[in-house]
Structure formats: structure tokens, C-alpha cells
Design a protein around this ligand. Structure first.
Ligand code: NAD
Length: 368
């Protein structure tokens, strides 16, 4: 197969992965050449922030335990002001995407480095993408200052993530990989990572849901989450993410659950226009069909499969379809209003997508 042209621009950053790697925090702190940490977390994860403070001793200058979903500007302002007051020279963000998002809001203003310790599979720690919500509107952007300089992935810290959250957070991560495979700026490296990310999560998640203490399964999922965050950072997202942002923004739906419900349907929509990506997704899932494989995985994990379950009313679907077509993201299949409306209907009902497998193409390694 001829090599197509591509641009690959890897991002800097140090990843320390492994069971017990949280124990290397002090060494990583020295490596970063910082000495005054502000630790951020959600109120529920305060005990973890306390553990960080104990490990850092005098090098921890404060804890800000008020991270919440979608980074409201008021909380970001409080955290920034606290960072200035304490003279912090770095942020340690320990938690999920909301906590890391708050760390990013601080770094965006102050340019101090972030050391991230993720405890979910959302993937924000690998990206230079930030989001801040002001007057009910979430504004997102990309800025190298918010890309964490060091990421410590310790599967031990994910054992407390409940089964239901593990399942949806993991499928949210799979969604990053799925869209990376048909992204308009996919390249052989990101595609390789995306396929392996799906495989690792699809193999780990059922074992995590069965036994949340299984460290092997937690390792597989966190490894997949790392790959998913990496490809999210390096490629641009498409219609699936646009639909989820629209649904989340308009109807205030939970982030990971929305991704979980929409993904099989967005995949089915794009299948005719991205056969190679579909073959790779199916191969990674060990399924005959990409969209059906994703749906079956969600079912097997006991995750939500319909928008109705998330509280969406059928009457909302028309305006969601209209809104999703405004400033669309690049997408392999062109966006047709009727077909998008049908996709939303299918997602609302929670139907298993029809088979979209067109061939048994064996995708060559590294092809996008
Ligand atoms: P979250 O960070 O909102 O966490 C949800 C809840 O789970 C919180 O109460 C948290 O304290 C708790 N929690 C986290 N880890 C836990 C653990 N190990 N055990 C027990 N409880 C735990 O959820 P999320 O899905 O990680 O993040 C979602 C947010 O991240 C969204 O706002 C999304 O937009 C953002 N996000 C951003 C990017 C990016 O690149 N900027 C990427 C992905 C997601």
C-alpha cells in the first residue's frame, strides 16, 4: 500500500506508568525542578490530596479541594488567586478530567507546570486542551501551557473507581481512539496507538467491571486511557464529539455516559465513509462489526445504551440535530440533517446498530 502523506507532531511530556508509581512522586517533583506545589482535587478526593501533601511535606504549599465538572470560571478564579497567594510554582492535579481541567485553568493564567495524577480514563492529562465554563457556556481551546509536564499513572489509584464509572469513562476513552482512526489528520503512529488503545480498554473493562480490584485489568484500562489521551491530543475529533458536546451543553448531560450512548451510532453513521478505520476498530474489539462491537461492549459492561435512560426527551432531538449541524467538525461522512436526526433517534431508543461491515479488509499496520 502506498504511504499517504501525513504530518506527525508529537507533544513533549514525561509519563511514569506502573503499579506503585505514585511512590515516585517526590523524585518526579525533583525532576521537574519545582518546590512549591498547590494540590487540586474534588471534594470527594480530598483524602488523596492529603496523601500527596504528606509525601511532599514542606514542598506542598496548599490544597484546593473544590474541583467540579466543567471548570466553572468562578472556581477557576478562586483557584488562581489561591495559587498566587501561596506562591505555588507548580500544580499537582490528582483526580479525573474535572480536576485536571482545574489544574489547566491555573496553568493557563500562570504558566506554572502541571504534574497530573489521573484516577479515571478520561485522558485530559495528555492533552493541551482546556475548557472553562462561563455564563453557562463551555469555551475550549488548545494551549501548550496547559499540557501537563509530568503524568504519573498508577493503576492502584483507579481501583476505587466504581464499576459504572469505570465502564463509561473507559468507553469515553475508546471514543477518542475511534475518532482518531478516521480523523482528517490521522497518521500511522496515532492510528497504531488508537487501535491498541481500543484493544487494551476492550480487554480490560469487562474484567474491571467483574472485579474492580483486579490490578491486571486496571493496568490494561489505564494503559488504554494513556493511549486514548495521546491520540486525542494529536488528532482532531469529528462528529461523534460534536454531538456529545451539543447534547452535554444543551441538556446538561453527564459527559462519559453521553459518549457511551452515542458512540455506536456515530460509528455506524461514519462506517460507509471510513472502511479501514472500521476494520481496525472491529479488529481491536474482536468483533465482526465496529458499531455493533461497541454497542455490545457497552451492554456487556451494564453501561447505559439509550439517551432516554439519560433523561433526554424525544421532543429535544430536533433542536439537538439542528444545533449539531452548526459549525460542524471535519467528518469522514458528510452531515445530512435527516441522517443525523435518525442517528439521534436510534441513540434515544438504544437500538443495536445494523451491521455496517462491508468487507473483511485486513487493515495494514500503521494505515490510517
Ligand atoms: P470527573 O473528573 O468529573 O470525576 C467524576 C467523579 O469521580 C468525581 O466526583 C471524582 O472525584 C470521582 N473520581 C475520580 N476518580 C476516582 C476514583 N479513582 N475513585 C473514586 N472516585 C473517583 O470525571 P472524568 O470523566 O474523569 O472527567 C470528565 C471531564 O473531563 C469533562 O468535563 C470533560 O470535558 C473533561 N475532559 C477533558 C479533556 C481534555 O483534553 N481537556 C479530555 C477528556 C475529558
Amino acid at each position: 500500500m502506498p504511504h499517504r502523506s501525513f504530518v506527525y507532531s508529537p507533544l513533549p511530556g514525561r509519563v511514569v506508568f506502573g503499579v506503585g508509581s505514585f511512590g515516585k512522586l517526590a523524585d518526579e517533583f525533583d525532576e521537574l525542578k519545582v518546590s512549591r506545589a498547590l494540590v487540586v482535587c474534588t471534594p470527594e478526593q480530598s483524602p488523596l490530596a492529603d496523601m500527596v501533601a504528606i509525601r511532599l511535606g514542606a514542598q506542598c504549599v496548599g490544597i484546593f479541594p473544590k474541583a467540579v465538572m466543567h471548570v466553572p470560571i468562578e472556581i477557576a478564579r478562586q483557584a488562581r488567586s489561591y495559587a498566587r497567594q501561596t506562591g505555588a510554582d507548580c500544580v499537582v492535579a490528582i483526580g479525573g478530567g474535572s480536576t485536571i481541567g482545574l489544574g489547566k485553568a491555573i496553568a493557563l493564567e500562570s504558566s506554572i507546570p502541571i504534574l497530573a495524577i489521573p484516577t479515571t480514563y478520561a485522558g485530559s492529562e495528555m492533552t493541551p486542551i482546556y475548557g472553562i465554563t462561563e455564563s453557562g457556556e463551555k469555551k475550549t481551546g488548545r494551549d501548550r501551557r496547559v499540557l501537563p509536564r509530568t503524568v504519573i499513572y498508577d493503576p492502584l489509584l483507579t481501583r476505587s473507581l466504581p464499576a459504572a464509572m469505570s465502564a463509561t469513562s473507559g468507553i469515553n476513552a475508546i471514543a477518542h481512539c475511534v475518532e482518531a482512526l478516521y480523523s482528517d489528520n490521522a497518521n500511522p503512529i496515532t492510528s497504531m496507538m488508537a487501535e491498541d488503545g481500543i484493544r487494551s480498554l476492550a480487554q480490560g473493562l469487562p474484567r474491571v467491571v467483574e472485579n474492580g480490584d483486579s490490578l491486571d485489568a486496571r493496568v490494561d484500562c489505564l494503559y488504554g486511557a494513556w493511549l486514548s489521551g495521546s491520540v486525542l491530543a494529536a488528532t482532531s475529533v469529528a462528529m461523534h464529539h460534536k454531538l456529545c458536546h451539543t447534547l452535554g451543553g444543551m441538556l446538561d448531560l453527564p459527559h462519559a455516559e453521553t459518549h457511551t450512548v452515542v458512540l455506536p451510532h456515530a460509528t455506524a453513521y461514519n462506517a460507509p465513509a471510513a472502511p479501514l478505520a472500521m476494520a481496525r476498530i472491529a479488529r481491536a474489539l474482536d468483533a465482526d462489526d465496529a458499531a455493533q462491537g461497541l454497542y455490545d461492549l457497552a451492554k456487556r459492561l451494564g453501561a447505559p445504551t439509550s439517551l432516554e435512560e439519560l433523561g433526554v426527551r424525544s421532543a429535544d432531538l430536533d433542536r439537538v440535530a439542528d444545533e449539531a449541524l452548526i459549525s460542524p467538525y471535519p467528518n469522514p461522512r458528510s452531515l445530512q440533517r435527516d441522517a443525523i436526526r435518525q442517528l439521534l433517534e436510534d441513540a434515544w431508543q438504544g437500538r443495536r446498530p445494523a451491521s455496517t461491515a462491508t468487507s473483511t479488509v485486513n487493515a495494514p499496520p500503521g494505515a490510517g
